[in-house]
Write a protein that binds this ligand. Sequence first.
Ligand code: ASP
Ligand code: MG
Length: 473
Amino acid sequence: MTTLVMKFGGAALGTSAGLAQVLAIIADELENWDQLLVVVSALDGVTDSLLDAAHFARIDHPRGYRRIAANLRTRHLALIDQLPLDRPDRNTLQADIDQLISGLLDDCLAIANNLNEELSPIHSDTVVAVGERLSARIIAALLRQNNIRGVAVDGADVLITDDVHGNANPEIVPTAQRVNSVLMPILQRDMIPVVTGFIGATADGVTTTLGRGGTDFTASVLSALIGADELWIWTDVDGIMSADPRQQRQARVIPRLSYNEAADIAYFGARILHARMIAPLAEAHLPLRVKNIFAPAQSGTLVASGEGDAIPVLKAVTSIQGLSLRRPTSGSLAGVTRLVGNTLFKTLGMRSEVLIASQSANSSFICLVIPTSIGIDGVDRLQRALQAKMAEYPEKMPWEIDRVSLVTAIGGGLHQAPRLMSRVLEQMDGIEIFGMALGASNCSVTVALADKDSREAVTRIHDLIIKSDSDSA
Ligand code: ASP
Ligand code: MG
């Protein structure tokens, strides 16, 4: 029995051309595997709009969230108009969409009136989850219309999580039970579950979400639990790249990565994969492929364990924004890290990590990585919260809070290859390095530097990657 899980991201689903590709890919792979399971994101941009709607609800601005709901309705109806559906199917789907949109308006109203405790300000997950609920129904209908037996499945019925709203973590034991009772029967009847990614529910049934980009995480957890042979992530780029292609014109697809390398690439800034998705795959030794829906014949990137993992080689460079706390005079970090940790958790309602803490004779330095799941204004929010917190504890001052960039060079075996490591650092010639850390998984080195130097540092490390590629070719 062979089983493939395929995840389709928002960029792949946004247009009728994309959907035609999705359909063709599913039909093709149906021939090659005994069982298929599909996991889908919301259409491109929909989650952002829903987050805005939740925000308008919180500030009790009905015109704002009504406008968003109306736009979402129009967009989804326009999309299904372009699909080859017959009348009864189209009518059912329209009714489903209308029902989801009216539920969205009810939830926004409940947040605005603070009527429903479950929808308190940080619990806007029910609103945000509508995006995936809409897209899963559309894909399932499209499959059925083409004589493929697709069934939309709500992730909240399968994925049981803790109650960290906005960044929840799946709980494996109850989720495994749901997988057995909800998903396995569908697979055994030769049907294709089309599962909403990104959303889950607490044991009490309150909707949660797994953090931005969380559909990847849903796909990896479910792949491991159903014992899939492979997971393929379909997107609109050719695979995982050696650097952000918008910044580095020479960026190229990386054909193969180890699990650790892929996790570090995701963790340190590339948004192509959800950072926490790799662990379940690594544990199950389950290969992951990242492929382009518009070029399905290309092999994309394969993430798996393999022979060559110990050979030191540089594969990618990433950059991510962070904040630093610097104490110009010497002093202890004790107490401050706890203060920072509490502020992170309380203000942003999330898990976070202090990535680099270093102390030298005349200054102390803490550097924080901000998970992208908290949104683009996250760094600002955190900076304000920290400033306020520090002001409450003048005895622990003076700390200067600044923005920094973390630039990370990633490649297996880097830590055992001092010469390679020193070549990376040589590239930083003339750039001030505030702090440095080796990744826990043996395959990355991160430097903290001023925002203004980040682009240059990335370019120089990327040049080194390109050069060592051509040296070894
Ligand atoms: N739709 C969600 C987001 O935009 C989840 C995902 O796309 O994976 O973050
Ligand atoms: Mg994504």
